[in-house]
Design a protein around this ligand. Structure first.
Ligand code: SF4
Length: 419
């Protein structure tokens, strides 16, 4: 069944206080009926052209909330869906699921998705959901009385547990569809702060699959590991210039969260068989630096190479080079003490090891001068029995060391090695 997703951001969730939700905390300009109708008409044009039979509306809150959407647009969409014979899924909190609101959808194949998250009132209270399990049950029963369907979201991996068996059994009584969702907090949500503070982590794929495995036999159940292609996006007001060469910068929580993401959730782009570890540069993003521009010329259009920078934030796949915090730090080498150099090697070795345990390549290259970064990479590779080739030859380094920007003088080595 082909489906179309329509994102309608208008106003703000009336509650906006759930522990893991940032969308509900965001406020969008409230759309007028004409703007909404325009978006809907365009969507229906596409539905007609592409033979789509299912429309899902995501509204960062409750589509049935009058404060977010005028009743007229709900009636308009409902009629269009009924006329086009397509099914419609919307989202709402239970308090807006009233007989009056549901009356507007008579004749439409309607499913209402409710973010129950847990069937346990204690968990709902800790999650700050703002309603109890019985409120959900009332709303779900009303939907069924009106011949509509219920889709229920349950959260996996909350910091205080979620008695999943109890939640699934409870939701099963009231749902036509249940989605088990891995908790990935939006950066504006309080749960994100717990991750940054090192007090909680989202489940990785393996942990998630193990948790949901006992429920997969239930035909109502769908699982959703990473629906929103999650990335730890720090809001602008929380971003900072992470400058210095001390333990504070090396183990900065923003780097730690990103390394956790890169090691446990990030997947390397398809076809990248060879990794080339590169040094960082003062200029950020790295690809704007003279050295990386020269390297890019040598690499040309080779799609098999995966460029990964090693630096004080850890392991940085090139795709993230222009993202915070990797575009907003500086590690002044002249501030380094012997003690911090030791800690740098330890931290980077561990980060590389974690990365290489989950991201394997066919070939491992680097273009690094003999440095703490190179030592850390060498140690991690040795531990994992990975053969590493440094494109910079020892004899070249002996000739050029001590010069200004010596790696510029070794680009021929890189060219030759990559052949
Ligand atoms: S999860 Fe839903 S109810 Fe809770 S704040 Fe977010 S949008 Fe609002």
């Amino acid at each position: 069944m082909k489906e179309k997703i329509l994102l309608l951001n208008s106003g703000k969730c009336s509650w906006g206080k759930c522990l893991a939700c940032g969308w509900g905390r965001l406020s969008s300009p409230k759309l007028g009926i004409h703007e909404l109708k325009k978006a809907v008409d365009e969507t229906f044009q596409e539905i007609k052209n592409k033979n789509i039979s299912k429309l899902k509306i995501f509204a960062s809150g409750s589509f049935l909330d009058d404060a977010q959407f005028p009743r007229a647009i709900r009636k308009y969409i409902s009629k269009k869906c009924a006329d086009a014979c397509i099914s419609l899924t919307i989202e709402s909190r239970p308090e807006f699921i009233t007989q009056e609101n549901l009356g507007d959808f008579r004749g439409t194949k309607l499913t209402v998705a409710i973010g129950l998250e847990s069937g346990d009132d204690e968990v709902l209270e800790k999650y700050n959901k703002g309603f109890a399990a019985e409120d959900y049950a009332r709303a779900a029963s009303l939907l069924h009385e009106n011949d509509f369907k219920v889709r229920t979201y349950l959260m996996i991996g909350l910091p205080f547990g979620n008695s999943l068996k109890k939640s699934v059994e409870f939701a099963d009584k009231y749902s036509d569809e249940i989605v088990l969702i891995n908790v990935f907090p939006h950066s504006a949500a309080p749960l994100f702060k717990l991750w940054v503070a090192g007090k909680w982590k989202p489940l990785d794929k393996k942990q998630f699959e193990e948790t949901v495995a006992p429920f997969k036999g239930n035909p109502k159940i769908e699982t959703d590991f990473n629906n929103f292609s999650f990335l730890p996006r720090f809001p602008r007001e929380k971003q900072e210039m992470i400058k210095g060469a001390s333990e504070r910068e090396l183990l900065h929580p923003h780097f730690v969260v990103w390394q956790d993401y890169i090691c446990r959730f990030y997947e390397t782009p398809q076809g990248k068989k060879t990794v080339l570890f590169l040094p960082c540069t003062f200029t950020k993003p790295y690809y704007n630096s003279k050295l990386h521009r020269e390297i890019a010329k040598i690499i040309g259009k080779r799609k098999d190479l995966h460029l990964v920078v090693l630096s004080s934030p850890g392991v940085i796949p090139y795709e993230f080079a222009d993202r915070y915090p990797f575009n907003s730090y500086d590690w002044p080498e002249w501030e380094e003490t012997d003690e911090i150099k030791k800690k740098y090697i330890e931290a980077l070795e561990k980060r590389i090891e974690n990365y290489l345990r989950t991201h394997r390549y066919e070939n491992y290259f680097c273009f690094l001068k003999p440095s703490e970064t190179f030592i850390a990479l060498g140690k991690a590779c040795k531990k994992l029995n990975i053969p590493l080739v440094n494109c910079l030859k020892t004899e070249t380094w002996e000739k050029i060391k001590g010069g200004k920007n010596p790696l510029f003088l070794a680009l021929e080595d890189l060219k030759e090695a990559l052949k």
